[in-house]
Ligand binder design. Structure first.
Ligand code: NDP
Length: 311
C-alpha cells in the first residue's frame, strides 16, 4: 500500500498552506482535494481582506494561487475525497472514494465547514446574485442598500452590525420571539438605528428578476396571527450556523457539540497523536481565510515536529 509522511485532507487556504509548508519541510505531502475542491472561497466573489492583494482578488484566483504555490514545491495534489480513516494504528489507513487506500504517518484535517442554509430553492437561484452566507466577504457590495440577515445568534448579530456600518438598512429575521446571542450583542443589535429586528418571522421565498429584489416573509407562522408580507432587499445573508465537515472520522476525533474538531491550542494536535486539524473544521470562532491559512502553517509545522519526535 502507498505510504506518505503527511496526508492533507482539504484544498482551501488551510490545506494548501499546510501543503506549502509540509512540502518545503520535505514531507512530500499528498493532498486530497475533497468533494468541493477549493472550499468556501469559491462561493465568494471578490476577496478584499486577504493581505498581499491590494486590489482584491477573486476567490477562484486566490485558491488557484495557493494551489500553484503548493505545486511549485511538488505537493502531490489529487482529486477525490476521503471516505474513511482507520485511526486504530499508526500509520493511519485512509480510504478514498475510488476504493484505494493510503497509509499516512500524519494527517492534517483541513476539510472546512459549510454554511447552513434554510433549504429554500430560491437560495440556490440567487446565490452570488444577492444571497450570501458571509457578510465580511460580501457586505461591501451592499453599501447604501437594504439587506436582511437571518438568524438570532452571535453570528447573526455580528453580521447585522457589520452590515449596518455599510448598508442603508438591515432587517434581522429571527424565527423566535427572542435573540439567542450574548446580551451585549443583543443590546448592540436592538439599539442600532439602522437595524430592524423582525421577531417570530420566517422566510418563505425570495424574488427578483435577475438579481435579488426582495423576500417573502411570514410572521407568527401556524398561529391565528399569521401574517404574510414582503420586504425589499438587495442582499440576503444567512447566519444560522456552520456545519464542520468532520463526519468521516465517525466520532474518533473529539469535537465540540457543533462538530468542530477540538485541538490542543496553541498546537493543532487533536486527541489522536499524529492527527492535526486546521482551518474552519476546527474553528468555531473566526472562520476567515487568513486565519485558516495561518492554522494550516501551524499544522504542517506540528506534523513535522511530530515526525521528528516519533522517528
Ligand atoms: P448559533 O447556533 O448560536 O445560532 C444560530 C441561530 O440561527 C439561532 O438564532 C437559530 O434560531 C437560528 N436558526 C437556526 N436554524 C434556523 C432556521 N432553519 N431558520 C431560521 N433561523 C434558524 O450559531 P452562531 O453561528 O450564531 O454561533 C455559533 C457559536 O459561535 C456560538 O456559540 C456563538 O456564541 C459563537 N460566536 C461568538 C461570537 C462572539 O463571541 N463574538 C461571534 C459569532 C459566533 P433558534 O435560536 O430559534 O434556534
Amino acid at each position: 500500500m502507498e505510504q506518505t509522511k503527511c496526508l492533507i485532507i482539504g484544498s482551501g487556504p488551510a490545506g494548501f498552506t499546510a501543503a506549502i509548508y509540509a512540502s518545503r519541510a520535505n514531507l512530500h505531502p499528498i493532498v486530497i482535494e475533497g468533494p468541493a475542491p477549493g472550499g468556501q472561497l469559491l462561493q465568494t466573489t471578490e476577496v478584499e481582506n486577504f493581505p498581499g492583494y491590494p486590489q482584491g482578488v477573486t476567490g477562484n484566483q486566490l485558491i488557484e494561487d495557493c494551489r500553484n504555490q503548493a505545486l511549485r514545491f511538488e505537493a502531490d495534489i489529487r482529486p477525490g475525497y476521503v471516505t474513511k480513516v482507520d485511526t486504530s494504528n499508526r500509520p493511519f489507513v485512509v480510504t478514498l472514494d475510488n476504493g484505494s487506500s493510503i497509509k499516512a504517518e500524519t494527517i492534517i484535517v483541513a476539510t472546512g465547514a459549510t454554511a447552513r442554509y434554510l433549504g429554500l430553492p430560491d437560495e440556490t437561484k440567487y446565490q452570488g446574485l444577492g444571497v450570501s452566507a458571509c457578510a465580511t466577504c460580501d457586505g461591501f457590495f451592499y453599501r447604501n442598500r437594504n439587506v436582511a440577515v437571518v438568524g438570532g445568534g452571535d453570528t447573526a448579530c455580528e453580521e447585522a452590525l457589520y452590515l449596518a456600518g455599510l448598508a442603508k438598512k438591515v432587517f434581522l429575521i429571527v424565527r423566535k420571539p427572542f435573540l439567542r446571542a450574548s446580551k451585549i450583542m443583543q443590546q448592540r443589535a436592538l439599539n442600532h438605528p439602522k437595524i430592524e429586528v423582525l421577531f417570530n418571522t420566517n422566510t418563505e421565498g425570495l424574488f427578483g428578476d435577475e438579481y435579488l429584489e426582495g423576500a417573502h416573509l411570514v410572521e407568527h407562522r401556524g398561529t391565528p396571527d399569521e401574517r404574510h408580507f414582503d420586504i425589499a432587499i438587495d442582499g440576503f445573508f444567512l447566519a444560522i450556523g456552520h456545519k464542520p465537515c468532520s463526519d468521516f472520522f465517525e466520532g474518533a476525533l473529539l469535537t465540540d457539540e457543533a462538530g468542530f474538531i477540538k485541538t490542543n491550542a496553541p498546537s493543532t494536535a487533536t486527541n489522536i497523536p499524529g492527527i492535526f486539524a486546521a482551518g474552519d473544521v476546527a474553528d468555531p470562532a473566526y472562520q476567515q481565510a487568513i486565519v485558516a491559512a495561518a492554522s494550516g502553517c501551524r499544522a504542517a509545522i506540528d506534523a513535522e515536529h511530530f515526525i521528528l519526535q516519533n522517528a
